[in-house]
Design a protein around this ligand. Structure first.
Ligand SMILES: Cc1cc2nc3c(=O)[nH]c(=O)nc-3n(C[C@H](O)[C@H](O)[C@H](O)COP(=O)(O)O)c2cc1C
Length: 212
């Protein structure tokens, strides 16, 4: 059985284009893979804990080989529980709108919580970071209102969105990454036609992935 973690970064629920497209991809993938299990994580309603001083200290103490006090221990336990849900997946689907050039803050908070030494990455003084989640696959479903790869940048915005996501996933060891893009969603003469094309691309990508 393949377990897919479906991370939803838009708070717009059924109205969200990134979630709609990801759902189409997942439905098509499930049609050829009936044994696929999808674990959906809607970040804006997940009640993520704050990344507070205890969590920062817990992380730094792990990195410097020091013990945790009681507050840090409980902070680290929360982190491990959240990270384990991510680590237990074989594949990832991330539905992510561009917000102010980057990713929505709930997703950044989630990454800050789970991207931890000994869980997603390691760090060697002589060679730097290495990922602990090698061999997994991620599909990024990316939307933005004005930004698009074919439009002049920075006039229509800059992409710290897909670049940031790729860099984070790569540091965790996840280098097999596909993208589905519906961009721009707003500054287009034919939003419905573009959405329909993006839906076709979502089904095509699922067909390309075939048996997972
Ligand atoms: C808070 C906020 C910030 C946004 N920032 C950008 C941006 O920097 N560049 C851009 O092209 N679109 C931006 N948008 C537009 C969204 O990326 C766009 O509407 C996208 O299609 C939303 O995806 P969704 O339907 O999955 O929520 C922003 C929207 C919101 C709500």
């Amino acid at each position: 059985m393949t377990k897919i973690l479906f991370i939803q970064a838009s708070p717009r629920g059924k109205e969200s284009h990134s979630i709609q497209l990801a759902q189409i991809y997942l439905d098509a993938l499930r049609a050829t893979n009936p044994d696929v299990e999808v674990d959906s994580l809607e970040l804006s309603t997940a009640g993520l804990p704050a990344f507070d001083g205890d969590k920062a200290a817990a992380k730094l103490n792990i990195m410097t080989g020091q013990a945790h006090d009681a507050g840090q221990k409980s902070a680290w336990n929360q982190i491990v529980e959240l990270a384990n849900r991510f680590i237990s997946a074989d594949r990832y689907v991330l539905a992510v709108p561009m917000w102010n050039g980057g990713v929505p803050y709930h997703l950044k908070q989630y990454i800050d919580l789970i991207h931890q030494p000994g869980l997603l990455f390691g760090l060697k003084p002589e060679s730097g970071y290495y990922g602990l989640l090698e061999g997994r696959h991620a599909t990024l479903v990316l939307t933005s209102g004005a930004y698009a790869q074919h439009l002049p940048s920075p006039a229509f915005g800059e992409d710290h969105h897909s670049t940031y996501l790729r860099s984070w996933l790569n540091q965790a060891g996840i280098t097999a990454i596909d993208e589905l893009r519906f961009q721009p969603t707003l500054l287009t003469a034919d939003p419905k036609g573009d959405l329909a094309q993006a839906k076709v691309a979502a089904r095509q990508l699922a067909a390309l992935h075939g048996r997972v």
